[in-house]
Design a protein around this ligand. Structure first.
Ligand code: KG4
Ligand code: ZN
Length: 339
């Protein structure tokens, strides 16, 4: 079985071809980061217009690279939500139209299920059940994953997502959007312990997060001071340390709560080197194991949408003729997939 997949939920346009036996045959991506940078964040209407121009050429090059003709395909998967509604509609209508023209099913995929299943693209894939820590620009979630499609949310952020906390504090340090990766780079040069920022909600029981206080703490730390390179690096180090320590502690708490010893970390922030190193060490100490997607599949991509789409198609699930796009879509409402 072979699927084409499209991703267009935010500011990356992507296409991929995945074969159940041969694995990932191609994945293409265009990031709109330069387009949105001057505005300091994603402008939804600009994102939609750019997806319209980019998606079809990406589909053509993914099919060519995968040496795949439409007649070799068994389905077209696409991100149906959650995300920016206009951006979602561009991918959904293209995928639905191609599937109709080629006489094959279309599969609307939940973007977060894509992130959760991204590590299945690796040779050393995580076993089920496990606990997932999903950390992206829009979400910070701890999820008990019993099997594909069987998700129980254990904890979430009450306010900003972890990626948002990285991006907003990076902005305060004068770094361009999206600041997360650049703040991480800067942090390497910072002195450990120069700044100790609050570790939100660590002192409270439970698995919820809150990252919005970090912005205020950073604002207080730099107020009235000249933003030298040293100061910026030290603050960056403190911010990264606070986020990494909080995510690690809560992930361990979720493992204890569920009695599981396998952790899967995905979403854009799972590309963060400090977080990866801390979690590897913590899980070694805990007597368990942590799994990550490869770096390029941490942030948005179509390969992860292909995995989720293929698993659902193999289980006999696909859409009708309607074009599906949902800005909001609870993960726990997804149907299970028989193993
Ligand atoms: O999963 P993703 O590509 O998009 C969403 O679905 O949100 O995640 C993007 C987020 C951004 O906030 C970005 O700053 C953050 O992931 N991010 C990082 C790193 N790479 C990406 N944050 C910290 N360190 C990184 N290396
Ligand atoms: Zn994402």
């Amino acid at each position: 079985m072979r699927v084409l997949a499209l991703e267009s939920s935010c500011d990356e346009s992507a296409a991929a071809v995945l074969d159940a036996d041969a694995g990932l045959l191609a994945h293409e991506l265009f990031s709109q980061v330069q387009l949105h940078r001057v505005y300091g964040g994603v402008v939804p209407e600009l994102a939609s217009r750019d997806h319209v121009q980019r998606l079809l050429p990406l589909v053509n090059s993914a099919l060519a690279r995968a040496r795949t003709a439409p007649s070799d395909l068994h389905g077209v998967a696409y991100t149906a939500g959650p995300g920016l509604i206009g951006a979602l509609l561009t991918g959904a209508s293209l995928a639905r139209s191609l599937a109709y023209a080629w006489g094959i099913p279309a599969i609307g995929v939940h973007h977060l299920e894509g992130h959760l299943l991204a590590p299945l693209l690796e040779k050393d894939a995580p076993p089920f059940p496990h606990v997932a820590l999903l950390v992206s620009g829009g979400h910070t979630l701890l999820i008990e994953v019993a099997a594909i499609g069987r998700y129980r949310v254990l904890g979430a952020s009450r306010d900003d997502a972890a990626g948002e906390a990285f991006d907003k504090t990076a902005k305060l340090l004068g770094l361009p959007y999206p600041g997360g990766p650049q703040l991480a780079q800067l942090a390497v040069q910072g002195a450990a312990g120069a700044f100790t920022f609050p570790r939100p909600m660590l002192d409270r029981a439970g698995l919820e997060f809150s990252f919005s206080g970090l912005k205020t703490a950073v604002l207080h730390a730099v107020r009235g001071r000249v933003l030298t390179d040293t100061l910026r690096a030290d603050v960056a180090r403190g911010v990264e340390e606070a986020i990494v320590a909080t995510l690690t502690a809560k992930a361990l708490r979720a493992l204890e709560f569920t009695g599981l010893n396998v952790l899967v970390v995905s979403g854009g922030v799972s590309a963060n080197r400090a977080l990866r190193e801390r979690l590897v060490a913590a899980l070694e100490e805990h007597g368990g194991r942590v799994y990550f997607p490869r770096l390029e599949f941490c942030t948005d991509n179509a390969a992860m949408i292909a995995v989720a789409g293929l698993k659902r198609l193999q289980a006999g699930q696909h859409d009708g003729l309607a074009i599906q796009a949902r800005a909001q879509w609870p993960l726990e409402s997804l149907p299970p997939v028989a193993a």
